[in-house]
Design a protein around this ligand. Sequence first.
Ligand SMILES: NC(=O)c1ccc[n+]([C@@H]2O[C@H](COP(=O)([O-])OP(=O)(O)OC[C@H]3O[C@@H](n4cnc5c(N)ncnc54)[C@H](O)[C@@H]3O)[C@@H](O)[C@H]2O)c1
Length: 276
Amino acid sequence: MGTLDGKVAIVSGSGRGIGREIALKLASEGARVVVNDLDAEPAGETVAAVEAAGGQAVSCVGSVTEEGFAERFVQTAVDEFGGLDIIINNAGYTWDSVIQKMTDEQWDAILDVHLKAPFRILRAAQPVIAAAVKQTKAAGEPVPCRKVVNISSLAGTGGNAGQANYSSGKAGILGLTKALAKEWGRYNVTVNAVAFGLIKTRLTETPAGTGGTIDVQGKEIKVGVNPNLLAAMEQMVPLGRGGTPAEAAGAVYLLCIPESDYVSAQTLVCGGGFNI
Ligand SMILES: NC(=O)c1ccc[n+]([C@@H]2O[C@H](COP(=O)([O-])OP(=O)(O)OC[C@H]3O[C@@H](n4cnc5c(N)ncnc54)[C@H](O)[C@@H]3O)[C@@H](O)[C@H]2O)c1
């Protein structure tokens, strides 16, 4: 028996890093998971890992920023698994510059992936959730608690130099989280955010300036953190280290379990004790 038996979850950006661990954790607790990523290969790899561990998952490949993606993502959950109980808005990347060098393209791309895409996914989920709640009530059954967890960052809670676009997107999603917690309380949906500190994934592990790039729909985007800065950051963390993707997924999981059914509109900081 898993804590999430019978639940259906969608997890954006779950082909790698934290999202992958979230998909694996939710599936290991019995949820059936729709895995998403930009490319088929990492998404398929996560689906295979879930299945190898005895869970159920399907993939829904594509960019969360594409027109029509949100509806397709939600519909995949309905068509493949018959409902939608847990929504994790995790997909994203960084594209850093100081403000005087930041282009409109950089600004728009990061706001699109971290704020507009979650908004669209949640908007697409509303009719599905409202209809399910109506049906449950008509049958005289108790409405189950559904969960939304939006992924933010300490850059969103405290701001980060060189990340005006990312900090704005990650702060914006906290506003979306709070507004939707108020709108969706009537559907018995809790809406929370997890703000990560330093988590060891390709976004942070790649040494800056070593040519480390990620491919976002054919565009090469520099990622990585200066190793000296990374070491300094780790020293500032009370636990003395960056977190693992599995530890990051653990924080998200806490907001998906029945024990957190009366926790909503909150931001859980997952930063090893470091906060700004
Ligand atoms: N790693 C950290 O220290 C850290 C800290 C704070 C917040 N975060 C946030 O956590 C989330 C996950 O980041 P991560 O560190 O696991 O990065 P990651 O690069 O390891 O994984 C992110 C995944 O999202 C996918 N993705 C990116 N853009 C997408 C799009 N448009 N459509 C679909 N998929 C897309 C990528 O292909 C990748 O597989 C992001 O929202 C990130 O901003 C990370």
